[in-house]
Design a binder for this molecule. Structure first.
Ligand code: PLP
Length: 463
């Protein structure tokens, strides 16, 4: 299988020569003027994307790729869904913007629809611009609610790039941003494949992780801890689905010590894990839940905090000291309304669960039987990770923690050459297509991955 070149018009209406010319100029200007996230600017050679539809994108050369990255894991209803595009257009024609202190019908309706799907009583919505600021505000609410300062979060996590959010984060991107004064204490969460607790099975891993957390709290001082922040399923850090009982155990610990439980659903939410929110897998109700990405399928930036009544009540008579110019921006709110209605009407969350259970899960496990470079397969819905190793017994990662390697770069380049855009991090490839990917496209992605993995297999030690 090789990438397809578009011989007709691209989905954006351009001919191939027009698209290439536009891309050439865009690339030139990008390298001159655009400063990119998380990168050494001089070392970048970013891919140009000229068009996108459904589960596909077209690069600067007009080559079609299956988007198994959902960009940054957010195009949950695929690219350019006509219903959402139209809703944004209609809202733009009707009313582009209204300040956050006024009432706006798009914002009210978005809040109602989000509350319809959040667990239990998480029915009050504070809107932000994205995921990091949602976590900032959730922590601020928890601190004011409890009168405590310290916050706990796990190693192997990502919570955003702003000051508190990057300090909550348990990956190397925190290190240069950590001045030791954030009030965040990290702990180890469950991760059976690389068990920090030497557990022999999932149940043991969950139990030992809870014991570790409980101990850490007792030694840090329970009355000093405002919140525990956890991704319901850690995403960028490796899609480690928590063992049964773990999140319920965290809930119980929070209740015991009067600690606010903040679930970060920025990546795992809105259908990604085959449920509206990934905490539903655990049957757990957090006190605060943050979301972003999938709420608008990323078409317009939006995030937020869903707030339980007892936390909201803290700010009934006392002003909440926080806000944003664009809190509940009408264009974003209209995109959220259309995205949620589309997900409901088209059964997109159920579809994501079905694709995970019948295609991606079994397909990836079957690849693991044939490719010695696959150390572990894990995930749910359309949220899957392959952990790649050069030695299955020693579990030697194909790239070091926090780094990359020629083997990983070669694997990703081969995927792209053959028409598949995965999401890669350290020694992992994540397969995270839109929640409404067709069965045929999901299978095609697996076929390309199968071919590309032969490249990774060459790096497996044979002795
Ligand atoms: N939380 C999680 C779990 C995320 O995956 C991300 C982004 O990838 C964020 C927070 C930060 O969201 P944003 O980039 O919208 O600020």
């Amino acid at each position: 299988m090789t990438t397809q070149l578009c011989d007709d018009l691209l989905p954006n209406g351009l001919t191939l020569p027009e698209a290439r010319e536009q891309s050439r100029r865009a690339y030139e200007l990008d390298r001159k003027h655009v400063f990119h996230s998380w990168s050494a600017q001089a070392k970048l050679t970013p891919m140009t994307v000229t068009a996108a539809r459904g589960s596909h994108i077209w690069d600067g050369e007009g080559r079609q790729l299956l988007d198994f990255s959902s960009q940054l894991v957010y195009t949950n209803i695929g690219h350019q869904h006509p219903r959402v595009v139209e809703a944004i257009q209609q809202q733009a024609a009707k009313l582009c913007t209204v300040a956050p202190q006024h009432v706006n019908d798009a914002r009210s309706e978005a809040a109602r629809l989000i509350a319809r799907h959040t667990p239990g009583e998480l029915n009050r919505i504070f809107f932000t611009n994205g995921g990091a600021d949602a976590n900032e505000h959730a922590v601020r609410m928890a601190r004011l609610h409890t009168g405590r300062y310290k916050v706990l979060s796990r190693y192997r996590s990502y919570h955003g790039g702003t000051d508190t959010a990057i300090n909550l984060t348990g990956d190397p991107r925190r290190w240069p941003n950590d001045y030791g004064n954030s009030g965040v204490v990290h702990f180890f969460g469950p991760f059976q494949y690389r068990s920090p607790f030497h557990a022999e099975n999932e149940q043991q891993e969950g139990e030992r992780a809870l014991e570790h957390l409980d101990n850490l709290i007792r030694f840090e001082g329970p009355t000093t801890i405002a919140a525990i922040v956890l991704e319901s399923i850690p995403g960028t850090a490796g899609i480690m689905v928590p063992p049964p009982g773990y999140l319920a155990g965290v809930r119980e610990i929070c209740d015991r010590y009067g600690i606010v439980f903040i679930a970060d659903e920025v990546m795992a939410g809105f259908g990604r894990a085959g449920k509206w929110f990934a905490v539903e897998h655990a049957g757990v109700e957090p006190d605060l839940m943050t979301f972003a990405k999938g709420v608008t399928s990323g078409y317009v930036p939006l995030g937020g905090v869903a707030i339980a009544p007892h936390i909201a009540a803290t700010f009934d008579d006392r002003a909440y000291p926080g806000g944003l110019t664009y809190s509940g921006h009408p264009l974003a709110a209209a995109a959220a309304v259309a995205t949620i209605q589309t997900m409901e009407d088209e059964g997109i969350v159920e579809h994501a669960e079905h694709i995970g259970r019948t295609v991606l899960g079994p397909g990836l496990r079957e690849l693991a039987e044939r490719h010695p470079s696959i150390g572990d397969v894990r995930g749910a819905g359309v949220f899957w990770a392959l952990e790649l190793v050069s030695d299955r017994v020693a579990k030697t990662p194909l790239a070091p923690y926090g780094g990359t390697s020629p083997a990983m770069s070669e694997l990703v380049a081969t995927c792209v050459e053959r028409g598949l855009l995965p999401f890669a991090n350290f020694n992992r490839v994540h397969l995270v297509p839109p929640c409404n990917i067709s069965e045929a496209d999901a299978r095609e992605g697996l076929t390309i991955l199968d071919e590309a993995l032969t490249v990774a297999d060459r790096h497996v030690s044979m002795d």
